[in-house]
Design a protein around this ligand. Sequence first.
Ligand code: NAD
Ligand code: 2YG
Ligand code: MG
Length: 259
Amino acid sequence: MALLTPEDLKNINRQLQEADSAVRRVTGLDIKGVCKDFYGTTSCGEKIGIVPVTSGNGIIGNFSASLHAITEYFGFDSFVTNMPDVSGYYEAVRNGAQIILMADDNTFLAHNLKNGKIANNQPCTGIIYAEIASRYLKADSKDVLAVGLGKVGFPGVAHFVHKGFRVYGYDADRALLEKTVFSLGITPFDPENPRKFSIIFEATPCADTIPEAALSENCVISTPGIPCAISRELQEKYGVELVMEPLGIGTASMLYSVL
Ligand code: NAD
Ligand code: 2YG
Ligand code: MG
């Protein structure tokens, strides 16, 4: 399990602004616009309680503070509880939170206490990064390369398939690749025999996972995976439009899905 580090979350406001600009260039809408359009929901400044959680590897420096900055950036009214865990949950509800955000090492959830809707970060992240890539205004076809078919990647790939895209999938785990080919009807991608794509989706915890031969000029790489799937050198060489941000896009997807 790859956990976020305080370093990943440095300058979260700047990272969000840059991601918003990239999403606008790719889709014509900003992050909020894509979420509203995709989920068919709008926010009315709902109050969000962010509860730090100490279990497992414990509190991640900058995590709750970043969620506070992110939720305010998207126009919600949020606060971080003083107490963690069960006491923090109690504090959040007593202070009027309509939506609870909290994460342990395995699950990062958003729970809307008013309508009962609940969201998990992994599928919400995969789906929104896939949705953004699927809207690429300059895409030359409906072919997608998807690298990483795990807890974030699989729901993203399922979303592309649902939208009628032809997905070429790859995962270092051979058995998982075969299972996904079978369950979603995608085509296995052979890194030894690559071809070019204008839409690439990546969700692995590794760097440099996209072979250079798969990059077409001005392709979009939509990737929640940390660290980055592509070197800055290749990004510049191919004019890659990179959508990558460590926490905010996935969190926006969770929140709009529970409104
Ligand atoms: P996971 O372990 O469930 O899946 C990762 C998959 O990548 C695995 O199936 C693994 O076999 C595969 N993989 C690893 N190295 C590979 C390589 N070189 N080539 C091809 N496949 C490779 O992990 P996950 O929960 O799906 O998370 C994936 C990444 O997304 C992690 O880095 C995680 O931290 C990140 N993440 C980011 C956000 C965000 O908002 N940006 C949100 C959630 C998760
Ligand atoms: O409250 C805290 O500070 C901690 N208990 C948070 C733990 C979050 C662990 N999860 C991760 O690091 C991520 N893999 C999931 C977060 C989504 C965005 N990358
Ligand atoms: Mg994100």
